[in-house]
Design a protein. Structure first.
Lengths: 333, 328
């Protein structure tokens, strides 16, 4: 059996292909959100889909996040499989009531009678000099909420492969697309295999330290791992969390138990972050396997500044990850 | 020779029976709350019965209902068994939400009852979405969405009026204007107190109805539903009513006078219907006694059902957070 030759595409195109496939294969699926149609999506993800599928299924909405996210919940309960695009994670704050009080609660609150098979996609993250109100990473906040599932595709394969299983899931699934990843290029087989949406993935095998990342910090972790290999002879393992709720403890604990050191890289603010949760789980489940305290590289705790040098200083970087690993290893050398 | 009766006797008695079911059920709930059988927040509909009775009777079995935290009446009238509602308030697994919802979160898939929602205005987007699903799947169902005057000040209200009208969705918006957003009088929370006028500004058919007159509500609901179904577009009804009891069991009612409450009590929708039926010779003491007896029996049976109910095993605490079966 011959394997289809790989094609080079961008993360954005992979996402678009996933949406196109979902629309083509299930008539219950539709996409709605601000500027997903005529504009082609704020980040260009849905460009061309309006012409292909028409305005009923590529549905531009007014700037009414609460109404259209809630309408997605209602439509899901009414038998559709909506993909709701919230332009950026900061706008989801205007729909938090619907996400938290309806999407996340209705299954439990109704004693299991109703389900919300809804997918909400949103762009997340900083690094584009768009300042304090458009640079958030609120995955950690949303990962706090029982009843939701959260995914963070960090690779071309996951951008292409996570949507179908998310739509097949009977629960509300939030997909976070880091803005810095849209132009990422990579190879994808013409007929990509389905991906699982439950497990973390080891993106680079290593033995000296585990770098735990998700979404936009996965490339940062991989860069840091290369620098560590070249500059310090240290062999870092990179774990991509992929699923932020529920978390796949087993992959994380398995890796940390082998490498005995962990650095968590999280673009969220440090206090009360997803990194804090992962750190706590390592303490709970692998304390005696550790050779050093768990370390975190997070965003500085301030509203994101506009000026490029300040923003760079505020965000996790490969250099800070490298420095943190050197510190950990040095402390135990 | 007297004029012919303005309503069919059987129908008149039916409406009276439905209003009394709700009234007596909730009066019993107060007793049970005082006896600590029911806990948590509990909001009574007493005084507003004509709204739900008039509107609910006009809906078809496959229409959907989205209600608020003041939804005992809507659940009972929709056909959720009284025992399942009472057992829910008792926190029993036999309750219509397995004891996980309580008074404010009654759900019932069998009757398409999409719940009590405790966030003011929070049910409106759901109703818009249910109607969108019907429209996209070319079903002729309607979603009836109940909410209070307090919801009109929420952003979600305005977003949903706009979206429902813009997309021509089959939603019947039923605004139960009881004049108070919890304890804040409508004159103190709305710059424009004509709520139908607000809805009309979204290019939606909207009018105001005397919500203390069950026949007027029923007639308006029928007409509105006809327009929603035939035109596939939303309609808004402002039903002017009044809550005789406190907002919830915790409310000391410092914000309104006893005289005001008394003034509205003189317009009790149940007394009004009884007066009308008697005046037209359609109701006698025997009829009323028979209705009261049947209602009392239903309520006693619901309490017996709840008392005999069981508690969900604590081992099942974390069930239903995520779906246990794939959706249909």
């Amino acid at each position: 059996m011959s394997v289809a030759p790989p094609t080079t595409i961008t993360y954005r195109e992979a996402m678009r292909e996933a949406i196109r496939e979902a629309l083509a294969s299930d008539e219950r699926v539709f996409l709605m959100g601000e500027d997903v149609g005529a504009y082609g999506g704020c980040f260009g993800v849905s460009r061309g889909l309006l012409d292909e599928f028409g305005p009923e299924r590529i549905r531009d909405t007014p700037l009414s996040e609460s109404a259209f996210v809630g309408a997605g919940i209602g439509a899901a309960m009414g038998g559709m499989r909506p993909i709701v695009e919230v332009m950026t994670v900061n706008f989801c704050l205007l729909a938090l009531d619907q996400i938290m009080n309806n999407a996340a609660t209705i299954s439990h609150m109704s004693g299991g009678q109703f389900q919300v098979p809804l997918v909400i996609r949103m762009t997340t993250g900083g690094g584009r000099q768009v300042a304090a109100q458009h640079s958030h990473s609120l995955e950690g906040w949303l990962a706090h909420i029982p009843g939701l599932k959260l995914l963070a595709p960090a690779t071309i394969g996951d951008a292409r492969g996570m949507l179908a299983p998310a739509l097949a899931d009977p629960n509300p699934v939030l997909i976070f697309e880091h803005a810095g990843l849209y132009n990422l290029e990579g190879e994808l087989p013409d007929d990509p295999a389905p991906v699982d949406i439950e497990h973390a993935a080891v993106r680079r095998a290593g033995s000296d330290v585990t770098l735990i990342a998700y979404g936009g910090t996965v490339p940062t972790a991989l860069r840091a791992a290369e620098e560590l290999a070249e500059g310090a002879g240290l062999d870092a393992e990179v774990v991509d969390l992929r699923a932020l709720r529920p978390l796949d403890d087993r992959t994380v604990i398995g890796s940390v138990s082998r490498t005995r050191r962990a650095v968590i890289i999280d673009e969220g603010w440090r206090s009360g972050s997803l990194a804090a949760e992962v750190s706590a789980r390592i303490m709970e489940q692998a304390f005696y396997e550790l050779d050093a305290p768990v370390a975190r590289v997070c965003s500085a705790e301030l509203p994101m500044p506009y000026a490029r040098h300040l923003e760079e200083a505020a965000l996790p970087s490969a250099a800070t990850v490298v420095a943190e690993v050197r510190r950990l290893v040095g402390a135990n050398a | 020779m007297s004029a012919p009766p303005s309503i069919d006797r059987e129908h008149g008695l039916h409406l009276l029976r439905e209003m009394l079911r709700v009234r007596r059920f909730e009066e019993k709930c107060v007793e049970l709350y005082s006896a600590a059988k029911i806990r948590g927040f509990m909001h009574l509909y007493i005084g507003e019965e004509a709204v739900a009775v008039g509107a609910m009777g006009a809906l078809a079995p496959d229409d959907a209902i989205v209600a608020t935290y003041r939804e005992h009446a809507h659940a009972l009238l929709r056909g959720v068994p009284a025992g399942a509602v009472m057992a829910e308030m008792y926190g029993r697994v036999e309750g219509c939400s397995r004891g996980r919802g309580g008074s404010m979160h009654l759900f019932d898939a069998a009757t398409r009852f999409y719940g009590g929602n405790a966030i003011v205005g929070g049910g409106l987007p759901l109703a818009v979405g249910l109607a969108l699903a019907d429209k996209l799947q070319e079903r002729s169902r309607v979603t009836a969405c109940f909410f209070g005057d307090g919801a009109v000040a929420e952003g979600e209200f305005h977003e949903c009026m706009n979206l429902a009208a813009l997309w021509s969705l089959p939603v019947l918006f039923l605004c139960e204007n009881n004049r108070y957003a919890m304890g804040t009088a409508i004159e103190r929370h709305e710059s424009q107190t004509d709520l139908a006028l607000k809805a009309a500004s979204y290019e939606m058919t909207a009018w105001t109805v005397d919500g203390m007159d069950v026949l007027a509500v029923e007639e308006a609901a029928r007409r509105a539903l006809g327009e929603v179904r035939d035109g596939v577009r939303p309609v808004f009804l402002e039903l002017r009513t009044y809550r005789f009891r406190a907002h919830s069991m915790y409310d000391p009612e410092l914000y309104r006078s006893k005289e005001e409450v008394e003034r509205y009590r003189r317009r009790d929708p149940i007394d009004a219907l009884i007066g009308r039926l008697r005046g037209e010779g359609l109701l006698d003491d025997g009829d009323l006694e028979a209705i009261e007896a049947a209602v009392a029996q239903e309520i006693e049976e619901s309490i017996a059902f709840a008392e005999a109910g069981s508690l969900e095993p604590v081992e099942d605490l974390e069930r239903f957070i995520y779906a246990e079966a794939a959706p249909a």
